[in-house]
Design a protein around this ligand. Structure first.
Ligand code: HEC
Length: 190
């Protein structure tokens, strides 16, 4: 009897995911991920809206090209050394936002899920190693305004010219409403 119990326990131990996290740690990762991604979306959204209203697409695109990265770095700094935030995409506009390593496979999986009719989850958590997690928040083309700069932009000559000049390898056009544009990635060290 004892032996059977022992065997059952060791089998359970073998089957357990070596990266299995305790519930509180995971909950705190999700909480931080949500806070950081909301802060980033709020800053970027507010600025985009203001500049679209005041200057139209070209002015707003110019603003994004010079400030979106810096605004992201500001949010990054605000949350301290153990938290990092960035945006990634498989079809990036700014090469600095290119998905790297496993991030690419994760974005591809999300894309495959979406293509198969799955409604994407609000977030995913990757356990990178014992003390590091990555919180991913899928970003969809979820507002008509996104299409102004990420949809078919061939009708706006000034804007196309601006993107050609500023991002010679721009891949971030041709999206349709509802497409997965990329994710926010919040890297969290415990
Ligand atoms: C006024 C033009 C404009 C609009 C509108 C706009 N974007 Fe962008 N977007 C840009 C520019 C410019 C960049 C590159 C920023 C940089 O250089 O860091 C960018 C970059 C991004 C990135 C980072 C990945 C990459 O390709 O570099 C994501 C994700 C993104 N946009 C999503 C969206 C979503 C979602 C919307 C709608 C809510 C949106 N954008 C609306 C101009 C725009």
């Amino acid at each position: 009897m004892k032996k059977i119990l022992f065997t059952a326990l060791s089998a359970a131990a073998l089957l357990a995911n070596p990266y299995e996290s305790n519930k509180e740690e995971l909950a705190s990762v999700v909480k931080t991920g949500q806070e950081v991604s909301s802060a980033l979306l709020k800053t970027l959204g507010k600025n985009l809206q203001q500049h679209m209203k005041a200057e139209g697409p070209v002015g707003a695109a110019e603003f994004c090209s010079t400030k979106a990265y810096a605004l992201t770095a500001d949010v990054d700094e605000q949350f301290g050394q153990d938290v990092h935030v960035k945006r990634i995409s498989l079809k990036e506009r700014n090469p600095a936002n290119l998905a790297e390593g496993k991030e690419k496979a994760i974005l591809q999986s999300l894309e495959t899920l979406q293509q198969n009719g799955v409604v994407l989850p609000a977030y995913l958590v990757e356990r990178v190693n014992k003390e590091t997690y990555k919180y991913y928040k899928p970003l969809l083309i979820n507002k008509q305004v996104c299409l102004k700069c990420h949809g078919d932009i061939s009708g706006d000559r000034k804007l196309s010219q601006f993107f050609e000049k500023t991002y010679p390898n721009d891949k971030a056009t041709g999206y349709k409403f509802g497409d997965l544009r990329g994710t926010i990635v919040v890297t969290i060290k415990k």
